[in-house]
Design a protein around this ligand. Structure first.
Ligand SMILES: [Cu+2]
Length: 52
């Protein structure tokens, strides 16, 4: 999973793994706003993260 800011700049890139797994990632504090979540493997796997 990667996070992109509103300019499309990648601000975080997490690890890629096979199958189901619970992973804890450490993300540098983000400025308030919405970030697009994308999966490098599955283009249809997306989401939004809101930092406040
Ligand atoms: Cu995926």
């Amino acid at each position: 999973m990667a996070l992109l800011d509103s300019n499309g700049t990648q601000v975080f890139s997490g690890q890629v793994f096979n199958g189901r797994k619970t992973v804890t990632e450490t993300v540098t504090p983000l400025a308030a706003g919405d970030y697009r979540m994308i999966c490098a493997v599955h283009p249809d796997m997306t989401g939004t993260l809101t930092a406040s």
